[in-house]
Structures are given as C-alpha cells and as structure tokens.
Design a protein around this ligand. Structure first.
Ligand code: ADP
Ligand code: MG
Length: 601
C-alpha cells in the first residue's frame, strides 16, 4: 500500500526547510534593522533600542525558564539588579578600593547573576509553581532592600554611577553595537538550546513531566543548568543597564520591569524564541511612543496579557506559525509497519526478566496492590487484566519507579531496581506509555517522539548551546531514529504536525513511537487500545507482537479481552490488588472465576 508513504513527500518538504526559512527571515529582518539603525543617527531611537536589547538579553535566558520549562519566575528583575550593582560597584572601585576594568566588572556581574540564578532557582525543584513564583518575588524585594541598606557598596538611596565602557564599545553607537551583539549572542545560544534535546526536555518537563521522567530526563540537573544560564544573562543585562542608565539607584529596578520581562515572554508564546523577542521589543518600545500612557503601563501590560490569553493563547509565535494552519487530511488511517522494527530496536539483547515478588502498596486505607507476583520476560507479551481500580496502573507505576512499594521486591535479572528516581528507569531501558497520553501539545509529533530518545545523545549542554559538532550529530541521529519510529507505528506523514492536532488513537501510537526511542528491553503499555477502532486494535496487536518478537518484554494492561488472548504469551488477572489467576491465555479462558467475573460465560 502507498497510503503510508505517499503523504510523506507532500507534507514534509515544504514544512521542513520553508518552515525554517520563515523563521529565519524574521531574524534577518530584525538583525538588519538593528545593524542599520545607527544610520538614522538619532540617539533617542538608539537609547530605546539599547534598552530593548538589554531587556531581551535578560528575557532570552528567562524565556528558557518561563517559556520552555514553565517555571513561574516573576521576580527575575533581581538578576538585573544584582548584575547592575556588581558591575557598577566593581568598576567604580567601591569594593576593596580597586577600580575594575569595566569589561571585567561586567563579567563579574554575569557571574553574580549566574550564582544567584541557581540559588533562586533551587526552590523550583521542590515547590509547586505558585510558591516558586512567590519566592522569586520575595528575593527581588530582598535584593532591592539590600541595595538600599548597603551604602558603602551601592551608594544606598543616592546611588552609584554606572561603568563607562571603553573602545571599541564606548558610549554612543559603540555601546549600541555592544548591546546589539550581546543580544544577538543571547538569541543564538538560547535558540540553540531551544532546538536541542535539552530544549525539548524542558518543554517536556513543562507539559508532560511524568513522560519526561519516563524518558530519562533528570529535571533537577537540567533546571539548574538553565537557571545558571538565565541568571548569567540577567546579570550581564544588569551590567549593561547600569552603563546605559549612567547612574543607578534602587528605584530603577521596579516590579513593573519584572512584569514586563514576564509578560513579554507570555505574549510572545511559550516555547518560542522569536515570539518572546518580539514581545519584549514591543513592550519596551510601545510606552516610548505613547508617552502619556506610561503611567498606565502596568494596566496596559495586564490588558494586553488578557487579550493575548483570550484571543491567541499561543501568543505571537502562534500567529507566525503558518504551517500548522493547513488543514489535515480528514480520514487518516494509521498503518503501522512492524517490519521496520528491527531497524528501530537494534540488535536483540541477552534474555532478561523483571520480577515482582509479593509487592504490596497502600494508599491510605486503599490496598491498591496486595501481594502481587509477576514476571515479565524478554520476547514475551504479558497481559495484565482486571476490573477498574484493581491496581493495574499502580503496578506499572511501581515498575517504572514512581511508587515505592510497602513490601516485596522488584528485580531486574536478580538485581534490585531502585525507587524514587523514575528518570533512572530509562537507563535500564524500561519504557512505558500512559493510560491518558502524555504529550507536548504545542510541539510537533516528531519533537514529541524525539523526547523519548533524550538520553541517547552525547553532546553536553554547553556543546548544544554553542552548536558544536556533537550537538549536530545528536540531532541528526535523533531525528533519523524518530522518523523511523514514526514510520514503524504508521504516523510518518504527521511528523511535522502539532501533536495537539492529532486524534486520540494517533496519540496512542505516538506514545508507542516515543517509547521505542529508548530501544527498550521492556515496554509497559497502559491500555494502548482504549479508544481505538476494531481495525486499529488489530494492527496495534500485530505491532505489539512484533515488538516482543524483536526481544523486548512487553507488559500489556488492557480491557479488550480479544487483544489479550490473541497476542499474550501469559496473562495475570488482578482483582482488588490480588492475583485472581495467572497462566497462559488458554488457562485463563477456562478459569472458572475469571470467566464468570469478567469474560461472561
Ligand atoms: P486500574 O489501573 O487497575 O484501573 P489503579 O492502579 O489506577 O487501577 O488503582 C488501584 C486503586 O488504587 C484504586 O482504588 C485507586 O483509586 C487507588 N489509587 C491509585 N492511585 C492512587 C493515588 N495516587 N492515591 C490514592 N489512591 C490511588
Ligand atoms: Mg489504570
């Protein structure tokens, strides 16, 4: 059949390179305006533009925190304040009596921002969003108060002069180009991160945290790197800001500024670089051309945010996203190609097994699992059935490390599997899907599947940031692998489509493709056939069977008895967290209690 292959060429070629070009045209236009602005020789415009660049340097980093990772850091102005005072105080010789070279002082400002970026960011690893937002705000207040009180260094309420940068970035157009260059650099490195496996991992943490963990993404480590970068950029922005202001006092760093940074990103669109850059520029420039409105700026920001949230929830980035406005084909068929599996999964490993022995887990008074024995062997499909609430999903959650059982043991080839670190399961090549598909709706299907292979890359965060060869290598290989996985499950033609435009049944197959990216030794599937048509269930069954034939051990939680009996090598029937029956499909079929309870005589 050509169904599965023919739409690939039509859907992909234009969206691929044209999509990229659409994005870069906007950047080229912005860059040209920035480069040529000095030709106007209007210092008023120059100062506005410099302010926009400086704000964007901070916002570019904050964008990774807020727009990508979804962490509500509303007090990021604190990094601007810290960077500004560090740079200004060092350059003015207010610390230790030595006047630092302004460029060195600027680097120190960036370092200060980086350190405090991590310190302020740490609570995000534990606190829920709202509380984290409050801690960042509290920190911003503390920084301002310290600036007021620590008169020796900051000049207190009187303030302190900002540094004057020397040739080639001396005040005037020299300094203008300095800000422009650093803004371009901030854009480049954050865009590199954004389009790398780290950027996709951040977005996965934001929109599908459990799926991110199941894919092996370690949230704490990644967030700390991002806070470090965002803090550093904020500190550099602060150093530049102190020079632009030529004199800084604590009241130069207002809460409104923090709101501007935050809202600039939101109206730009989460998970985009171009959108927030435009958002920040608009919010910086707008009040200048509407001088009488300045007093209303907070009100206007709030109104603008409301309008954006209500009218274009995806922000400016959504308006610029042409390719996802093309209608999708109405009657789409999912035609998996299990014959491609060997290329996706690689060579067969040694036979191995996951064993659960006497596992028990209670939620308060509810005995979700109550003494369960189970063995998943490579090369076999093990069915897990039982009525709603019998503990099937909980069993999966124990195996994938989300819950620590009260008693019992969980072993992989005789060695204990650790708990409390669900992201470590990817290292054992244990993959899973979810009863309710977990996805990043705003990302493409391809990107969603690539998230599943995050741990397969070699390049470090810094290598991605600087777009070094290993980063390119990772991206190329991940993309090839993801396209293969998508072709295997029959979704290749939808690779460039936003995931939230897919039908429910397609999402189930997309999750399988994402799980395949781990080259799993074991695969845990939680009701993958729910919501599928009879024909789709049949194809799904063939795909799952083929996965097990490649050597992967599959645990299949399902309600569809036909599917279970068709493809399982072994079946365990759960009831109230206990094993009601276990054996081959034929044995289960003839088990009296099971038949009377579930299968209907
Ligand atoms: P199944 O997947 O077989 O439908 P689950 O494993 O989801 O069942 O749930 C088993 C039992 O444990 C149910 O009674 C459910 O209400 C309870 N349960 C599951 N998860 C939690 C939780 N996080 N907190 C409290 N109770 C839970
Ligand atoms: Mg369930």
């Amino acid at each position: 059949m050509t169904d599965a292959t023919s739409p690939i060429s039509t859907a992909k070629a234009p969206a691929g390179w044209l999509g990229r070009l659409e994005g870069s045209w906007s950047w080229i236009a912005l860059g040209l305006v920035g480069l040529l602005l000095p030709l106007l020789d209007d210092s008023y415009f120059g100062v506005i533009a410099q302010r926009a660049y400086i704000y964007w340097i901070l916002s570019a980093g904050l964008n990774l925190v807020v727009g990508y990772a979804g962490q509500i850091a509303i007090g990021w102005v604190a990094m601007l304040t810290l960077g500004a005072y560090t740079t200004a105080a060092l350059a003015a010789g207010r610390v230790g009596g030595v006047e630092w070279h302004p460029y060195l002082a600027l680097i120190a400002g960036g370092a200060m921002g980086a350190v405090f970026g991590v310190i302020v960011g740490l609570p995000a690893l534990r606190l829920r969003t709202f509380y984290f937002a409050m801690t960042t705000l509290g920190f911003a207040t503390i920084v301002t108060q310290v600036a007021l009180a620590w008169k020796d260094v900051t000049g207190g309420g009187v303030g302190t002069p900002g540094p004057v940068f020397l040739w080639p970035f001396e005040p005037g157009w020299g300094f203008y180009y300095f800000c422009f260059l650093l803004a371009a650099l901030a854009t480049w490195i954050t865009a590199n991160i954004g389009s790398s496996r780290y950027g996709r991992a951040l977005v996965a943490i934001r929109d599908a945290e459990v799926a991110a963990e199941a894919s092996g993404i370690a949230k704490p480590k990644l967030l700390i790197l991002v806070f470090l970068l965002a803090g550093g950029l904020g500190g550099i922005a602060g150093g530049l800001f102190s020079s632009l202001q030529s004199y800084i006092t604590p009241d130069a760093f207002t809460f409104e500024m923090s709101v501007l940074f935050f809202i600039g990103i939101l109206i730009g669109g989460r998970g985009s670089i171009l959108g927030p850059a435009l958002g920040t520029i608009i919010l910086t420039v707008l009040p200048e051309f509407a001088a009488p409105l300045v007093q209303w700026s907070t009100f206007l920001y709030a109104a603008l945010l409301l309008v954006i949230v209500l009218v274009i929830p995806g922000g400016i980035a959504d308006l610029l996203d042409y390719k996802n406005r093309r209608p999708l084909e109405q009657h789409r068929e999912i035609v998996p190609r299990p014959e491609l599996l060997s290329r996706v999964l690689g060579a067969k490993g040694e036979p191995s097994a996951i064993r659960l022995a006497n596992i028990a887990l209670h939620f308060g008074g509810v005995r979700a699992i109550d003494g369960l024995d189970l063995e998943i062997r490579s090369g076999e499909v093990h069915g897990l059935i039982g009525p709603n609430g019998s503990g099937k999903t909980t069993t999966l959650n124990v195996i994938s490390g989300y819950y620590r059982p009260k008693t019992g043991s969980l072993k992989l080839d005789g060695a204990d599997l650790p708990f409390d670190k669900p992201h470590a399961r990817a290292g054992y090549r244990i993959a899973r899907t979810f009863q309710t598909p977990r996805l990043v709706g705003a990302a493409s299907v391809l990107a969603n599947v690539m998230i599943g292979g995050t741990v397969r890359g070699d390049g470090t965060f810094v290598e991605s940031m600087l777009s070094l060869p290993r980063h390119h290598n990772d991206e190329k290989q991940l993309k090839v692998a993801a396209l293969k996985a998508l072709a295997t499950v029959g979704l290749e033609s939808l690779a460039d489509v936003r995931a939230d435009r897919l039908q429910h049944s397609e999402l189930r197959f997309m999750e399988i493709a994402r799980a395949l990216m781990l080259r799993p030794a074991f695969m845990l599937l939680d009701e993958p056939a729910a919501g599928l048509s009879a024909e789709e269930i049949r194809r799904l069954g063939a795909l799952i069977k083929a996965i097990s034939r490649e050597g992967t051990g599959v645990l299949l939680v399902e309600h569809h008895a036909d599917l279970i009996f068709d493809i399982c090598d072994r079946v365990t029937v759960l009831n109230l967290g206990k094993t009601l029956a276990a054996g081959t499909p034929a044995e289960i079929r003839s088990h009296r209690e099971v038949v009377s309870a579930y299968l209907g005589a």
